[in-house]
Design a protein around this ligand. Sequence first.
Ligand code: AMP
Ligand code: ZN
Ligand code: FE
Ligand code: FE
Length: 281
Amino acid sequence: MIDLHTHTRCSDGTDTPFALVKKALAAGITTLAITDHDSTAGWSEAITALQPQIELVLGAEISCLTHDGISVHMLGLLFDGEDRAIQQLLSDSRDTRIPRMRAMVELLQADGIQISLDDVYKAMPDGATLGRPHLADALVANGVVASRDEAFLDLLNNGSKYYVTHAAPTPVDAIKAIRSAGGVAVIAHPFASRRGQVLDATSFADLVSAGLNGIEVHHRDQNAEEQASLSAIARELNLVTTGSSDYHGTGKLNGLAENVTDKTQWLRLESEANQRRVVTK
Ligand code: AMP
Ligand code: ZN
Ligand code: FE
Ligand code: FE
């Protein structure tokens, strides 16, 4: 089984990278990608958990914003972690999450909701990429809401009056950075409409020109119709299709390998990186 999109405590998941790999092994996953938001901090620890039955795909999920302000997530897989330009892009993105979080906290405070930036930092593991799930956890700790899910539903979703975006590269810039670093770019859950406004079908051509390799089709946030449209777009543009869990540990319902990628699709995707970078033991 091939699962190409998962998170750890290095962003907003709840497992350590070591635990993630062990759980993937137990679940029968043979190819696992670790794709924390805007970070490669979990890579080295994940490698230490490897066993011969599983191979590791090092990656990151890059938060992007289109010129129209639509939030897009781009999976970068198999890129060179030493590439300075991509590490700069990731660190810039992490930096912009701090003033963004401050702005969201201030909006919540202005409405009398009990929360402080300090509370958010207390809810975040050291070195993690700061995100709304940590704000959600802080709101749970303060008794404002009962769960991450409730926090997103009531207060933190993209349509909420408390939602603030952070500065981020465009999807085209992210794809170019990933490809320049030798990796492959797969657009994550592009039609996940329940999260907010999504790309329209005509925007994919520009992404392909920038070097897009694949589309994440099978993902729990996309219904059957959305997945069928994406499959058709992938066929038309000759892109790889993937499926993945977007596992976050206990932070979300998503179970490891609940969606998976076909072997032939994976082999093609892997062959499009500039060198073989899958890590094995
Ligand atoms: P951010 O990167 O700070 O904008 O936060 C986005 C993250 O919030 C994504 O990784 C999502 O997985 C997570 N998220 C979105 N909706 C929910 C939800 N209902 N419950 C838990 N996490 C969510
Ligand atoms: Zn996440
Ligand atoms: Fe995402
Ligand atoms: Fe994700």
